[in-house]
Design a binder for this molecule. Structure first.
Ligand code: PEP
Ligand code: MN
Length: 343
């Protein structure tokens, strides 16, 4: 249920509604829009009398949210959520490029990649310190040492960093070293982890599982928003189909679909979606044209030597070319983007 406050509602009137909701045993979630405040009553709402609430001062309307996800839904919040990270804004009319190696291997490799990423005009550096590998015998990432490298390259370049957190016990450590915390596809429904990262109040990049539905993605995001952290960026990274020529199948329809149901930003990862570097550029441009708020792309200064995901990593030259095309198309589509590499 949500209580829509009139544009002129006072602080006291808002507090009165919040107190009433909480006294009834539900949780009140405030969403302060440009013109109106909406208060979501989440949880057990059986003891809330709608008609009584309707009569409260400053209340314009009391309406139900029909979907199983509440805080994530466009019904709850009509305005698109925009998340500011460094000089980039993710969501709304903005297009953001996050790029870097699959995993942080050495300080030198990470720094080389970050310099290319910055110079080409991308806004955020990516790189895994904790890697979720299918095989326990594959390179698992540098862990805490990788986070230190990421922090150094972020300080050096001035670009914010996105990196994955695999374990709730590492949430604090990752939060201290990263600007955006990534939840990987394999952990999309790790509800303990979602609650833990939500509590850090950092922006969260939530990747859609290759075997989950859009509704399940929203329910996962709801776990984070329920902690009071609205800074969630959704990411389509390919789903499992019967096509073996690509690593996954990029579900482009998820972009307009998600935008029609949720206020949260949605970005696309064409690297994990395809597993093939030659497919990254067309799918990045397709994602932009389909309305995505950004892309996350793997690039490596020497992909043939990469310890992880080399075949899907762009070379520096390919990344530069991609950025030129992204900037042109973004401009054509009237998107905003701080592509000058000076953030
Ligand atoms: C990644 O982005 O590093 C990653 C492992 O992706 P995914 O969780 O989508 O497989
Ligand atoms: Mn990867």
């Amino acid at each position: 249920m949500m209580v829509v406050m009139a544009g002129k509602a006072t602080e006291e009137q808002i507090k009165h509604v919040v107190d009433k909701i909480e006294q009834s045993g539900a949780k009140a979630h405030l969403s302060q829009g440009k013109y109106k405040t909406v208060i979501g009553a989440i949880g057990d709402i059986t003891l809330i009398d709608r008609d009584v609430l309707k009569g409260f001062g400053g209340v314009e309307d009391v309406v139900s949210i029909s979907k199983p996800y509440k805080l994530v839904s466009l019904e709850f919040k009509r305005e698109p959520t925009e998340i500011k990270v460094g000089n980039a804004v993710i969501g709304g009319d903005n297009f953001t490029v996050m790029a870097g190696p699959c995993s942080i291997e050495t300080e030198e490799q990470a720094m080389q990649a970050a310099q290319v990423v910055k110079k080409a005009g991308a806004q955020i550096i990516r790189g895994g310190a904790f890697k979720p590998r299918t095989s326990p015998y594959s390179f698992q990432g540098l862990g805490a040492e990788g986070l230190k490298i990421l922090k150094n390259i972020s300080n050096e370049t001035g670009l914010p960093v996105v990196t994955e957190v695999l374990d709730p016990r590492d949430a604090e450590l990752v939060a201290e070293n990263a600007d955006i915390m990534q939840i990987g596809a394999r952990n999309m429904q790790n509800f303990t982890l979602l609650t833990e990262v939500g509590a850090t109040k950092k922006p969260i990049l939530l990747k859609k599982s290759f075997s989950c539905t859009v509704e399940e993605l929203f329910m996962a995001a709801e776990y984070i928003l329920k902690t009071g952290n609205e800074k969630v960026i959704l990411c389509e990274r390919g789903i499992r189909t019967f096509e073996p020529y690509t690593r996954n199948t990029l579900d482009l329809s998820a972009i307009p679909l998600i935008k029609s149901l949720s206020h949260l930003p949605i970005i696309v990862d064409p690297s994990h979606a395809t597993g093939k570097r030659e497919l990254i550029e067309p799918l990045s441009l397709a994602a932009l044209a389909a309305g995505a708020h950004g892309i996350m792309v793997e690039m490596h200064p020497a992909p043939e030597e990469a310890l992880c995901d080399g075949p899907q990593s762009l070379t520096s030259a390919q990344f530069n070319e991609l950025m030129e095309k992204v900037k042109k198309l973004a401009k054509f589509l009237g998107k905003q983007g701080n592509f000058d590499g000076t953030s």
